[in-house]
Ligand binder design. Structure first.
Ligand SMILES: [Zn+2]
Length: 318
């Protein structure tokens, strides 16, 4: 802007009403937040300078698209930006994204998130799950050394669905049948002593389902600590994975106290306590909440809103 025009703009500020002044400040702040998000995302793509499609380095800046740097590949002819192929592609109002990331970091309810992000409750809910999509599949590639594995259970919930196969329960509710039943959804969590985590919602309690989740992530190099459940025991035997069974009545292995499942059971408790204010999470969203909790368990310095945004703006792994 020319200096003369800028001075004219400054002179106009004196004539603003209080309401206009507040709007003006809000617009300036939003621009700042939008630029911050765009710069963060652009930096990533500019640092890599590699085609998203064919990995060629023959790429050049090619204008802007939705506030982001657009790149064009001169080998395959395709263009892309930092959000192409990520769950955040085409999501609007980037100026609110840092606040959304902060809401996830602080574990806010949908209502509080909506207030913080100046959005409706339905938008806040939709954004939450778009942000969590990339984190959902971001589990450890391999688990190291002593690894504790155990299942925990969540009451099945059709919250938010139009077709509910039974009379709905109120706010989370209780199972109608005692003990384990089809109403209880098994969740497997495996955790090594470095904090590496692999988790998943299981379709059933079979050895085959455990193998789909842990296969390739645990090997003969690990020592698996379990509480003696048939499926995990069967999985360990089949893969010749050294295994220590800690009976539910004991806290540690009888002969060597280094073998126990207290870390994974502690994780189960933290997961359940943290989820209780959400009042019965719909089963279809359970994997997203597992990813959210996994991110919260990372070392504290990692947990800035910017880190949360970067984690959300990655291609989703299944
Ligand atoms: Zn290309």
């Amino acid at each position: 802007m020319e200096n003369i025009a800028f001075e004219a703009l400054l002179a106009l500020i004196d004539d603003l009403t209080d309401e206009q002044r507040a709007t003006f400040i809000k617009v300036l702040d939003e621009n700042k937040d939008f630029d911050k998000v765009a710069t963060l995302l652009d930096n990533r793509i500019l640092a890599k300078r590699e085609c998203l499609y064919c990995k060629s380095s023959n790429v050049k800046k090619w204008g802007r698209q939705s506030g982001l740097q657009r790149m064009r590949c001169f080998d395959c002819g395709k263009s892309f930006n930092a959000l192409t192929g990520t769950p955040l592609a085409h999501l609007r109002k980037k100026e609110e994204w840092i606040k959304m990331a902060a809401a996830l970091k602080d574990g806010l309810t949908v209502k509080d998130t909506a207030e913080k992000c100046n959005s409706s409750i339905s938008t806040a809910f939709r954004w939450r799950h778009r942000f969590l999509k990339a984190m959902k599949g971001d589990v450890a590639e391999h688990l190291e050394g002593i690894t504790e594995a155990d299942e925990t259970y969540f009451l099945e919930s059709h919250k938010g669905s139009r077709n509910i196969p039974r009379k709905s329960r109120k706010r989370g509710g209780k199972a109608t049948k005692r003990g384990l039943s089809s109403e209880q959804i098994p969740v497997l969590i495996a955790r090594d002593r470095t904090g590496g985590i692999v988790d998943a919602v299981l379709p059933d309690q079979s050895k085959k389902s455990i193998k789909v989740v842990l296969g390739g992530k645990i090997s003969k190099e690990n020592i698996l600590c379990i509480d003696g459940g048939n499926a995990l025991w069967g999985f360990a035997c089949e893969g010749n994975i050294p295994c220590r069974v800690i009976p539910a009545s004991k806290h540690v292995h009888e002969r060597n106290p280094i073998f126990h499942i207290q870390n994974v059971n502690g994780y189960h408790s933290r997961l359940k306590n943290w989820m209780s204010p959400f009042n019965g999470v719909a089963t279809k969203y359970l994997p997203n909440y597992l990813g959210w909790r996994r991110m919260l368990e990372k070392p504290k310095p990692v947990l800035t809103p910017v880190a949360w945004l970067q984690a959300a703006a990655k291609p989703a792994r299944q």
